[in-house]
Design a protein around this ligand. Structure first.
Ligand SMILES: [Zn+2]
Length: 150
């Protein structure tokens, strides 16, 4: 079954809210994660029993749901500037997250993959990291950046 069709089928099975929570949990899982959380596993196992040849290994499921749960876009990869000391918990963690407390509106654009400005950090405190981002989230983040400049 094609990825998009399988996702739509899972969305019908789980309902919108659980579908979004399921994807958010996958996208924000630790880079070291090797299996679904318990509640995800229960949900997925129930769904998988209704679909022939449904994938059940973690990395396949993770790839299948590498989408933005808000915008339904495929997540893309990019290499962006991050503070050298930033510990990256998940593949979708944006370098700007946590740097401007209270100003990052993660609920509207959870996966901007937004780089830090080289001007904000001494050169030796920057590094390039690979991130997964949603193009629509990035667009919204850019819009906010423009609004802040005016
Ligand atoms: Zn998005």
């Amino acid at each position: 079954m094609k990825s998009k069709l399988l996702r739509e089928s899972f969305r019908s099975y789980a309902g919108d809210e659980k579908y979004r929570r399921f994807i958010r949990a996958l996208n924000t899982a630790s880079q070291n994660a090797v299996q679904l959380r318990y509640w995800q596993d229960v949900l997925w196992t129930g769904f998988a029993s209704t679909v022939p040849d449904c994938p059940c290994d973690y990395s396949t499921i993770q790839q299948l749901f590498a989408v933005c749960e808000l915008h339904d876009c495929d997540l893309l990869t990019d290499t962006v500037l991050a503070p050298y000391s930033q510990l990256r918990h998940s593949r979708t963690q944006s370098p700007d997250t946590g740097l401007q407390a209270g100003t990052i509106d993660n609920d509207k654009y959870p996966y901007p993959g937004w780089p830090v400005s080289p001007d904000d950090w001494p050169p030796h405190e920057n590094k390039f990291v690979d991130v997964l981002y949603c193009p629509k989230c990035r667009e919204l983040r850019a819009q906010r950046e423009r609004e802040n400049e005016t």
